[in-house]
Structure formats: C-alpha cells, structure tokens
Unconditional design. Sequence first.
Length: 67
Amino acid sequence: MFFRIKKSGERSYIQIVENKRVDGAVRQSVIANLGRADELAASGALASLLTSGTKLTDQVVAHQRAR
C-alpha cells in the first residue's frame, strides 16, 4: 500500500492505494480517499495520521522533503 496524489482539475487529492496481481497483471485499487491535499496539510490531519501510523511499526524510515 502507498499514498498517491490524484489531480482533478486544479485540486489534488490524497488516496491510499494498493497493488494487486489480477490475471498476471498488476492492478491498482483505491483503498481510501483521504481528501484534498491542501486541506489535509493545512489542518495538520495528514501529519497526525502519519504520526499515529508510525506507532504501529518499528520499520519506519524518516525522510523530510526539502521545500
């Protein structure tokens, strides 16, 4: 599973997506639509979700993207 940014017009939405192999081909399916990327970032909801997810695993590697 992974996060994907899906653009629709001028807006971007964050989705959780998984890859599945179907009849020998890899298919992606959306597990959840989290909402508009700008709203999630501004409210801190995305950071909160990621922080809470790190509590469930010890296999997290932190990487901060330059702005």
